[in-house]
Structures are given as C-alpha cells and as structure tokens.
Design a binder for this molecule. Structure first.
Ligand SMILES: Cc1cc2nc3c(=O)[nH]c(=O)nc-3n(C[C@H](O)[C@H](O)[C@H](O)COP(=O)(O)OP(=O)(O)OC[C@H]3O[C@@H](n4cnc5c(N)ncnc54)[C@H](O)[C@@H]3O)c2cc1C
Ligand code: FES
Length: 252
C-alpha cells in the first residue's frame, strides 16, 4: 500500500544546545548577523537551528548561514519580524542562547554549473552553500535580490536591487550554461524558479519555509505535498526538508 507520508520521515532526537553569542552585528536595514559558539560539532548548508525565545513556546527557525569547522562557531542572519527576532536583536556578546539543531536535511552538492538564487533574507543559506561548493571546486554563481539598497547583504556575485531576482534569470541561465539551480526565498519565488527550471529541463533544489511548531518532525504542522512515484505524499519541511527538488513539490 502506498505510504501516506514521505518515506524519509523519521523522528531523530535533535541535540539541544546552549550557545554563547560571540558577536551580533547590524548588517543591513533591520537585518542582523549573529555568531554563536556551542558544542555543535558539524552543520551543512540547508540545515537550520531553532532558537528558544523567552516566553515563547515555539522555537524560531533560522537557516545556518555559516559554520566554521575549526572554531565550531555558527552564523545566522535574521530579519526583524516579531517578538522573537526583536528579543534576538537585543542580545549582547557573551549572552547565552538555547537552540535545537542542526535540523533538517542539507543541500546536495553536485558537480554541475550551479546557479544560486537568494531572495531577500533567503540569501542566508546560499552563502553557506556557496562556501561548500567553492570548497569542492564546483562552479557556482550567486544572485540575490533586495527591495532597497540599504537591505543588501554582502556576499553575492550579483545583486538585483528594486527589481526581482526572476528578471533576466532565463538569460543568465543560458549565458552561464547553468544546469542546476538552488534557491531560497518566498514560496512564490521558489515556485517560479522551479517552473522555469522545469521548462528549461534543468534540475532545481528549493529550500522551503513553513511556519513551524516543534521543528523536529513530530507535530506535522509544517507538512507540504510532494509528488512521489506512488502518488502524492506528505512531507514535513522541518524533517524531510527544508530542501526539496523543485520538481517534487506540489505548488499550490
Ligand atoms: C527553515 C526556516 C529557515 C528560516 N531561516 C531564516 C533566516 O535565516 N533568517 C530569517 O530572518 N528568517 C528565517 N526564517 C523565518 C523565521 O523563522 C521567522 O521570521 C521568525 O520565526 C519570526 O519570529 P518572530 O517571533 O520574530 O515573529 P512572529 O511573526 O511573532 O512569529 C510568530 C510565529 O510564526 C513563525 N513564523 C513567522 N514567520 C515565519 C516564517 N517566515 N517562516 C516560518 N515561521 C515563521 C514563528 O516561528 C513563530 O512561531 C526561517 C524559517 C524557516 C521555516
Ligand atoms: S514543525 Fe512540527 S513537524 Fe515540522
């Protein structure tokens, strides 16, 4: 009988860490970079941590934007949204922070001509992915999009300001002979990139965002529908994702 849920789902116990903030910097309008030192031994691009914010039952998920293998310091970039991110912004160097992680799957590194697309704060996991691809000597080009000049987060090969990362994407794909696209950003952008990749018959991976409660695959609050050989199944963004093939997501 076909499985109702994505076959990769398994409830792994995640490590609960107390980290120390090594630095917190305002890097763009309402955007902060936080470096955290903890006993976390390893992390990869695509994975995220879920931070406990006082008086909030639900942990807040943030993509890992860098992990230094030597110092074991991890970096997140966050944009102010509500009370959780406001709390994070007011923390100082030396303050303690509790988090679960690393959560979720990782981007698969493939030896192709890779285009990385980060829309807004979606650049966070792309910077880490770029570092990993560079380490493997894999050809890549990172393009990011921001609404305003003062929102730009540094680190991309090209920034689109004011327009959309989708503008001229097809031209860029052809010019650079791209055969794999990785992307992170609002669902509508990911949907369009997955569609473009399908039209051009190239592979795509998308890092999905979904409001999360447990972050560890238990509550099923973050499920999305996926195309599988046996029909449509449900997968959780926090455990089976957040990285999925663009072609397997059922885009509503
Ligand atoms: C896998 C993943 C990775 C993410 N990575 C980043 C990142 O690198 N940088 C960054 O700035 N933001 C990231 N987000 C979004 C971030 O989690 C929310 O902006 C944050 O939780 C808002 O918390 P808040 O208390 O300030 O806002 P509130 O609006 O008060 O949050 C209320 C609730 O909604 C949830 N929530 C709100 N917005 C989102 C959202 N966009 N996605 C998921 N849950 C949301 C919160 O977790 C919380 O449970 C990520 C989300 C996911 C799912
Ligand atoms: S947030 Fe609970 S299963 Fe994903």
């Amino acid at each position: 009988m076909p499985s109702f849920f994505y076959e990769k789902t398994e409830n792994k116990m995640k490590k609960d860490y107390t980290g120390t903030i090594k630095s917190i910097k305002n890097i763009a309008l309402n955007t902060f970079e936080m470096k955290i030192e903890s006993k976390l031994k390893n992390a990869h691009s695509g994975q995220f941590i879920s931070i406990l914010c006082p008086n909030k039952t639900l942990r807040r998920p943030f993509s890992i934007s860098d992990f230094d293998e030597e110092t074991k310091i991890l970096t997140i970039l966050f944009k102010l949204k509500g009370e959780g991110t406001q709390y994070l912004k007011n923390l100082n160097t030396g303050d303690k922070i509790k988090f679960l992680g690393p959560n979720g799957n990782r981007f698969s590194l493939e030896n192709k001509n890779c285009l990385l697309v980060g829309a807004g704060i979606g650049i966070a996991p792309m910077l880490f992915l770029k570092k990993e691809l560079n380490k493997e000597g894999i050809n890549n080009y990172l393009i990011s999009g921001f609404k305003e000049n003062n929102e730009v987060i540094q680190g991309s090969d090209e920034n689109i300001i004011g327009g959309s990362v989708l503008d001229n994407l097809e031209k860029l794909i052809k010019e650079k002979n791209i055969d794999l696209i990785y992307s992170c950003g609002p669902t509508i952008v990911l949907k369009k990139i997955a569609q473009l990749a399908k039209d051009l018959k190239i592979k795509s991976y998308v890092a999905m965002e979904k409001t999360m409660a447990c972050s560890i695959g238990v509550c099923r609050g973050c499920v999305i529908r996926l195309h599988k050989d046996n029909g449509i199944v449900y997968g959780s963004v926090c455990q089976d994702g957040p990285v999925f093939k663009g072609s397997e997501v059922v885009w509503d």
